[in-house]
Every structure is written in structure tokens, then in C-alpha cells.
Design a protein around this ligand. Sequence first.
Ligand code: MV4
Length: 446
Amino acid sequence: MFKKILIANRGEIALRIIRTCREMGIKTVAVYSTADKDSLHVKFADEAVCIGPPPSKDSYLNIPNIIAACEITNADAIHPGYGFLSENSKFSRICQKHNIKFIGATPEQIDAMGDKSNAKDTMLKAEVPCVPGSAGLLADAEQAKGIAIEIGYPVIIKATAGGGGRGMRIVWKEEELAGHYESASKEAEAAFGNGAMYMEKYIEEPRHIEIQIAGDQYGKVCHLSERDCSIQRRHQKLMEETPSPFMTPELRERMGEAAIKAGLAVAYEGVGTVEFLVDKYRNFYFMEMNTRIQVEHPITEEVIDYDLIREQILIAAGVPISGKNYYPQLHAIECRINAEDPFNGFRPSPGRITTLHTPGGHGVRIDSHIYAGYTIPPNYDSMIAKVITMAQTREEAIMKMSRALGEFVVEGVKTTIPFHLRLMKDEKFLKGDYTTKFMESFDLKE
Ligand code: MV4
């Protein structure tokens, strides 16, 4: 087992990883930018190393400084958390070369999934259901027109280097195709240095349902059921829940099996997530595979009573998984609390937290790094806490969430708590009747 793990991240996920390491008797090294010198992850870790100034590119993305921090502290593994370097194949490879275990996917697995058109091709070969579309990349807008006629409008063109919605256009009729193709390709070229595009039939009003998987170094892959992440705004998830209110035992079985096939296709090692689009007929299609621990992992942990960070560390250390699948025994909801003003287009609201009272009680979990007097820096993600509630039924989990959010007091900055309080009373949400289009017609003032 590892003796010391360096955590190449900040905020709540750094704390989350430190907690599991402590339980496992593993020493921890925090790294931090000068903006984070007073952060809890720095205080809670056994050792801490400053890796640069506030901008991410100079600190949490600064590979030479992170490797140097690892070498001077003698850490034998790096946990990258989510975001930052968690899906950076170059970093995964550099760790390998330095004999540091990267607690995440191999460079090959990251590259195989990072190119979306290539990932889809791999999934088609593995018989994972995919949206009908172009066979690989598009040569030009003319070729795209021909394929669009075959599959029928609306279609969606996507950047192969994209993900999270950038370099993506919906096309409703042929007249619009060439223009959208050029602008999306240019956007992708500027953002990712790769303008290559592929095309799919556009699935209208889908649900975003993802399956958690785990694979070990010996070729075994299992699934840990689903999370419904359909409530999102501009590709930022706001709330997640498990089980999905749209799920049936049959669909879970079929999606779980497809996710396992996806994992087996790349000999997946570690914990990962296979994202699917699910249409109103419960047809599901592979969308992307994430080769990292995700923000929303706690809801899965709570409904199957399973520490996913511990599992990541055990798998990386070469411990075999049991190989059995896991099914939800409870209902769990996560609300992401951001330092943003929900009444003002979710505009970021960094600054000093003057007063803080966090909720507690039965069935409530808070994953957060904030404290009274903490200053939220403007340089990073605006998430300041995750409120997770769990209960025997969805109705109870929602009631607990309303109760917990009502107790949550954050003064000094604006937060998305009022949004979540309103969401928990929304008629459609209460019925479980929502898709990825939900936020387009949501009005906080109603
Ligand atoms: C789609 C789609 C409809 N049809 N593909 C959004 C981000 C990227 N991962 C893929 N996305 C989508 N792909 C087809 N063929 C709709 C979306 C989409 C979406 C997906 C999941 C969650 C939220 C979304 C919001 C807008 C569009």
C-alpha cells in the first residue's frame, strides 16, 4: 500500500481525499497556490508545498512544480481529484516515468476517451449503443449534408476534442449546416487546437444519466448503478440524484451491462463514469466516458455504502475488486452550492464569508472546505459546498434537503442556496418529470 499520497487539487475534493487517506493510515501532502495558503486542505494534510501563484496554469496545472513537490516529500502516488490534471494524459505519463503512481486512468485510456469520435468508434465496436451519425470524422460541410439527409434533421455537430458543450451546434435544416459547421470547427480549433468534427442525430429533450463503474488491474469491471444529472445550466450540473426517477430495474440492468462493456473495451482501471443520453422511449446512447472521480460521487457512496476514493486507492495499489454490481439501497440527492448570484444570471460572487452555519442532522452530509472568515478566491471554480441528503424514499430525501438548505447560513457572498430551495418545491421536479431542457424554462422568481 502507498505510504504517502500527494493531492494535486484544492477545495472540497482535496479534503475529501485527505479524509480517506487518514482512515487508511496513508500520509498526505497538500499542494497549494498562494491564493490558497489559508485553505483547509493545507491545514488538514500532513505536509503542504506551495506550487505557485494564483492562476491555475501556474499552480494546479504546473506539472514540473507538482512533480518536484512529490519528489521532495517522497510521496509514492498522486491523486488528481477532478478537473485540473485529472484527465491529462501527459501528466499521467510523466507520473509513470517518475515512478509515481497516478491514481486515475492510464495515458492510453485517457487518450482513447479524450477524442470523442474515436471513443464512439471504440464503443460501437464493443456493441455499446451509440447515436446514429457519421462514421468517424467529417471531411467537410458538403459531406455532412449528405449524411444529414440520410439520418434526418435535426442533427448535432460536435468537436471530437470537445466535451462539456463547446464546439457543438444543433442544425435544424440544411440551409444552416455549412455556416454552423464552419463556426463550430473554428471555435474548436481556437479552444482545443483541433477543429475536427463529427455528426449525430439530435436527440430532443434527453435525460443525462450516467453509470458509475469500477475496474481493476486484472480485467474485472463492475457497475455501481446510475446518477441522474439532467438538472444543469450551460453544461454545469446543479443537482444530481440517485436512483434516477426515470429509471426502471430493466433499464438499469441494460445500461449497467452497456457501461461494463464500455469499461471492458478499454480494460478500464480505476473508477470511471459512462455518460448516456436517454430519450423519452428509454432508448439510451453512449455520450462520453469520464476517467476521473466526479463531483457528484457522494450520492453513489451514500446509496451503496461504498467509499469511492478508498476504492480508487485500492485499485491503484493492485487490490482486486469483488466484481459484483451494486444497487441503490437508499435515495440520495446532491445540491451544488456555488458562490454565485442565482438572481443575476448565476454571476460569480467571490469574497469573504463573514458568517457561516452549516446544516447537520440525520441523513445530511456536507462536503465542503469553507469556514467563517474564509475568503473565496476569484481564480477557481465557484463551488463552495455540496449538500447531500439521503433517506429511504425520494420524497424524504427532498424533505431533508429543504430542511438542510433552510438551516444553511452563508453571509458575505451570494450563493445558489435560494435556487435549490425553490427547486425542491418545483412541481415538475417533485414529480421527477425533468430533462436536460428543465433549466431553460425554470423561473426563480415564480
Ligand atoms: C447530444 C445531445 C442531443 N443529441 N447529442 C452536451 C455536452 C456533450 N457532452 C454532449 N451534449 C449533448 N449531446 C445528441 N446526439 C444533447 C446534448 C446536450 C446535453 C447533454 C447532457 C446534459 C446536458 C445537455 C445540454 C445540452 C445539450
